[in-house]
Structure formats: C-alpha cells, structure tokens
Design a protein. Structure first.
Length: 425
C-alpha cells in the first residue's frame, strides 16, 4: 500500500484492478464543478441507481395501460410485487426468504415488531439499548415502555461505553445482562452503531440475551448492505432496517423486516394486524377473522406501495450482481486505506473513533475533528467546497463511509488530500 499523498498511481491502479469498479457506472454520481463529487454519505442516503427511474417508469406504464388490472397482468403483477424483493433481500441479510418482508418504514416496523416481541410484565418490564442510540430508536422504546404502563426512568436501561470513544465491549454487554437480565424483556441493539461506526456480533449478543430469557431484536439501519449478515443463524427474534442508506433505494424508501422462522407460524403471537398480513389464499374472501400469513409476511398491514418499491428492486439487482462477500472484501480494503492515510498524514487534526479492528466495523469511519465544534464545522465546509461530501454529527464528528458499490480508492485519496490542504483561519 502506497501511503503517499503526492501522487495517485497506487490508488488509480487499485481502481483499475477492482472487479466491482463496473458497478459505479450504474449510479448517478452528483457533480461538483464539472467533476464527480467524492461522495461518502452512503450511510445516510445512497446514490441513485440509474435503473431506478426505469423501474418506476415500468410500473407507471403498467398503471397507465392496465389500471386496476395491473395487479394481475404484466411481468411483475402488483399483487405479488413485494414477493419479488423477498429472495434478494434475504440474500443481503442472511435470512430465509420466508423470514423477510419489505414493508413500511424503519421505526414503524420496530413498533410493529415490538408489539409482538416486547411483552413486559411487572417482574420483567425493561428494554436494554446502547447509550447514545439513534434518537428514533430511543423515542420508540421509551414510548413502548410508557404505552405498557411502565416508567422509562427505571425500565429503560442504556448501556454506556466501557472503551475509549464510547465503544462497547462484549464483556460490558455480558455484565449488564448478568446484572439486569431477569428484569429485561427485550434487548434492542444496533448492528452498527450510527455515531461510532462500531459493528456488533449479533449471534453472540443473541446468545447472551437468550440465556437470560430476553427477547432480542436488531436495528440494522447501518448494517444492511454494509456488512455480510447471518440473521437466521444469529437466532434473533426480529430485526428491521431501512433501505435508503447502503441499499440505495431513495429518500424515505420502504424498509425491511425479519422475523425468525420459529415465530413464522405462531398464530398465538400478539400482533397489530392488517389485511395484507392475512393469508394470501383466503385474503379476498373478506372474512372478518384474521388468519396470519406464514413467515414475516404475516406482519404486513397494507397494500404495498409499488412505485416506492420499484427502486428497491433496481438496487437489489446490483447487490445480487456484486454479492455481499465481494463487497465486504472491497470494503475492508477501502476503509483500511482510509484508516492508514488518516493515521499517516492527519494526526493532530483528526481522531478515529471507530474500532481499529476491521471485524468490529463496516464501511464507516467516524472522525473527531481536533479543536472542537467550530474547527469541525470549518473543516466540513472546506471539504464540501472542494467536492468532498461527508456526514456531520454534532458536536465534532465527520462520518466518512466509502461504499464499495460506487466509491473508489481515488475518492479516499481525495478526502485525505483535502483535509491536509485545509488551512484553518
């Protein structure tokens, strides 16, 4: 690895040899002063696949031509459209197709799944999350606790980091479960912590929680499409994720949900039911009794939004072509190159918060700007003015996420050069 900033031959050679390089052309890359923007914000909103517009146009054409009969006619009848996403999404998250459904949005799915799997009692009312969880997750679990008549002041357990920069060790998770496990009804944990970029071992957390009798769910907003996952093998009860980040499906895109197969036929499991979660073979009999469909589809509520699902199909076709193992292999190299350049050239300006061990992180490096918020904002604005877009998190963190489907080694080099050339006023 050539860590020089004065020439780009090594980075160009890596891009030229990259077996995934062809996928960059499948995306619209925003421009800055006539050149491709160096875009590192796939952890917030992925770039638009060029095929997304075609996918939407095809369904608009079906609507125009077939009207209501589009539910039953055409290459992808709308009645079963959500099912076309089931298998490719299952490959992304390491699940059985029957365990996965695309529906709603992330926090809606978390609430629907908690309605089934957060079943508090007076003896076991608590939910365990990480300290500094994404606000929507915290709002959701706090409101669930209140909804069931309990008090978040005592029944929301937030585990503080025990390692530098707010990182959380498995030992800390094991300790909190040993101490409070008998009171914890649900462990709701991130696959990747949004601010620090720390990735977690889902199977290990599930095993620890199950040993204490807790239900286990995961928010995979920053993990799906970022890391190879094995949701089925993890043994988790449920998971949910958005598709607009690494899965490149558009702002506010329809989300994904997982329910382990052991729950897939449980008609006794409480849930908030809707018509589209009813068995497909008897749905149109319009009977008053709810008979849940098998698998994760039994948690659906409403007619799927076809025009909103079309971009997901376009993106998942790219993931199938690239494969998660190949994306992870490139991600390790890209983020490793970023880390090496930062350590070699930006010491004193930037501190890396994300774990150094590649097994404990995905694409993202969270970078604390030395000097506090004012310095951080000045650097962030300098980067944007020079065609490098990262993601700002208060008070002093810039998140840089080289997404392997479209980012290049030369993008990483451009970021580090831009920071090096910054002259704070």
């Amino acid at each position: 690895m050539d860590l020089s900033l004065d020439h780009d031959a090594w980075a160009l050679a890596q891009d030229a040899a990259d077996p995934l390089a062809r996928h960059r052309a499948a995306f619209h890359v925003p421009q800055h002063e006539g050149r491709d923007l160096h875009y590192f914000v796939g952890n917030s909103l992925g770039l638009q696949p060029r095929a997304a517009a075609t996918a939407i146009a095809e369904e608009l054409a079906s609507w125009a031509t077939n009207a209501v009969e589009g539910h039953f006619r055409g290459d992808r009848p709308w009645m079963h459209y959500h099912a076309t996403l089931r298998e490719p999404m299952a490959r992304v998250v390491g699940a059985l197709p029957s365990e996965v459904v695309v529906m709603n949005t992330l926090t809606v799915n978390l609430h629907l799944l908690m309605a089934s799997f957060y079943r508090p009692t007076r003896e076991r009312p608590a939910i365990l999350i990480e300290a500094g969880a994404f606000p929507s997750d915290r709002h959701a679990v706090e409101s669930q606790i209140r909804f069931h008549g309990f008090d978040p002041a005592t029944d929301l357990i937030e585990l503080e980091g025990d390692e530098p920069n707010g990182l959380i060790s498995m030992a800390a998770i094991e300790r909190v479960l040993a101490e409070h496990g008998s009171r914890i009804a649900l462990v709701l944990w991130p696959g990747v912590q949004y601010r620090t970029g720390q990735a977690f071992d889902l199977a290990a957390i599930t095993a620890l929680a199950k040993a204490q009798g807790c239900a286990v769910g995961f928010d995979l907003a920053h993990a799906a499409g970022n890391l190879p996952l094995a949701l089925h093998d993890s043994g988790a009860d449920f998971a949910a994720w958005c598709t607009y980040k690494y899965l490149n499906s558009g702002p506010g895109a329809v989300a994904g949900a997982f329910v382990h197969e052991r729950h897939g036929r449980r008609s006794d499991l409480p849930r908030l039911a809707g018509w589209w979660g009813h068995r497909a073979d008897t749905r149109f009999l319009m009977a008053p009794q709810f008979e849940p469909a098998e698998g994760a589809e039994g948690w659906q509520m409403s007619n799927p939004p076809i025009l909103a699902m079309a971009p997901i199909r376009a993106s998942l076709e790219l993931f199938d072509a690239a494969t998660m193992p190949a994306l992870r292999a490139k991600s390790l190299k890209l983020t490793g190159y970023l880390e090496a350049l930062v350590n070699a050239h930006l010491a004193g300006r930037i501190e890396i918060l994300t774990p150094a061990n590649p097994a404990r992180r995905g694409c993202q490096l969270s970078l604390r700007v030395v000097g506090g918020r004012a310095m951080g904002r000045a650097l962030f604005e300098h980067l944007a003015a020079n065609g490098v877009l990262g993601d700002w998190r208060e008070p002093d963190v810039i998140r840089i996420s080289p997404a392997p489907l479209y980012n290049r080694f030369t993008d990483v080099l451009a970021f580090v050069r831009a920071v090096r050339d910054w002259r704070p006023s």
